[in-house]
Design a protein around this ligand. Structure first.
Ligand code: ZN
Length: 306
């Protein structure tokens, strides 16, 4: 079991506004921070959100446009000055490595922690932990870009204490073994795990689109997300502009979320022309019943579905 929350550090496309910083999203899962994009200045909201300086951390860069990656170097420096010692794993296309190395060479930054750069050169699983995986899929943007999913492993089923007690199973280690799917012997009698433990329960799945047009590949990739965070640069009146610039409209984001059977859609990455993006929300809600708008510093908690 891991608590999970999503904190938006930046929700504006291309240029910041008075209310919105450039793209950055943090998923805090248990004691770990998973950061998607690091738009310029994201470090300020990161500190304000009190997410922790020395937490286990992975950063995923969707693409190498300035509003999605320029905040990295300052963020590293600030983490170091504030006492971070744990390594940071960072994932992105090959130019991410060049970007970091060149910046470090020119600016001559010394950090108190290690940065491990993982080059993404194919789709699929790019990071695995004990109980979840991160996978990527090519997005449809004007340059090389990726979308990401966090997919948790199924959780063990519900333990039936009443039944275990009827079967005279002593509490403690044997309960734990059964809960983890192991069969046990009680007074010489074999008790199978599935006699007292229900079927596995689904883990959570969170999708992050980065900048993209909707595509059939993403429709499959984001299938059955509990929460899909999808870019919604424009409302649908600007569809031609969205097509030209390889972005999505709120209508398109909602259609994709609906067709992918995503339980909840959160719109983000709004063009600076929208002082109030409620127009985008209203548009999306005519298609998908569970839509919300991202705002800088807004937090969404992600409970288990059962
Ligand atoms: Zn962007």
């Amino acid at each position: 079991m891991a608590d999970m929350k999503i904190v938006f550090l930046g929700t504006s496309a291309a240029i910041p506004t008075e209310k919105r910083c450039l793209s950055s999203i943090v998923v805090k899962r248990g004691g770990e921070l998973l950061i998607f994009d690091a738009g310029e200045g994201m470090q300020k909201n990161f500190l304000q959100a009190k997410l922790g300086i020395n937490k286990k951390m992975k950063i995923f860069i969707t693409h190498m446009h300035i509003d999605h990656c320029l905040g990295l170097i300052g963020f590293f420096q600030t983490m170091s000055l504030l006492g971070r010692t744990k390594k940071i794993d960072i994932y992105g296309e090959p130019r991410l490595k060049e970007f970091i190395h060149e910046n470090f060479r020119i600016i001559n930054i010394g950090l108190a922690f290690e940065i491990v750069i993982h080059i993404i050169d194919k789709e699929g699983v790019i990071a695995s932990e004990d109980d979840y995986q991160i996978s990527c899929c090519k997005a449809d943007h004007s340059i090389h870009a990726y979308s990401f999913c966090i997919t948790e492993d199924p959780r063990p089923g519900v333990f039936n204490v009443e039944k275990a007690s009827k079967l005279s199973i002593p509490k403690g280690d044997l309960y734990r073994s059964l809960q983890h799917g192991e069969d046990v012997l009680v007074d010489g009698k074999l008790i199978k795990s599935n006699e007292v433990v229900g079927p596995n329960r689904k883990g959570r799945k969170i999708g992050v689109s980065g900048d993209t047009r909707p595509s059939p590949e993403l429709r499959d990739f984001f299938n059955s997300c509990d929460i899909l965070i999808f870019e919604s640069t424009y409302n649908h009146d600007y569809q031609t502009k969205a097509i030209e610039t390889f972005h999505s409209t709120s209508t398109e984001a909602a259609l994709l979320a609906k067709e992918s059977h995503c339980s909840k859609l959160i719109l983000t990455h709004f063009s600076s022309r929208y002082d109030d993006p409620n127009l985008l929300l209203d548009e999306a809600r005519t298609i998908h019943r569970n839509v919300d708008l991202a705002e800088d510093m807004k937090t969404f908690y992600v409970p288990y579905t059962e």
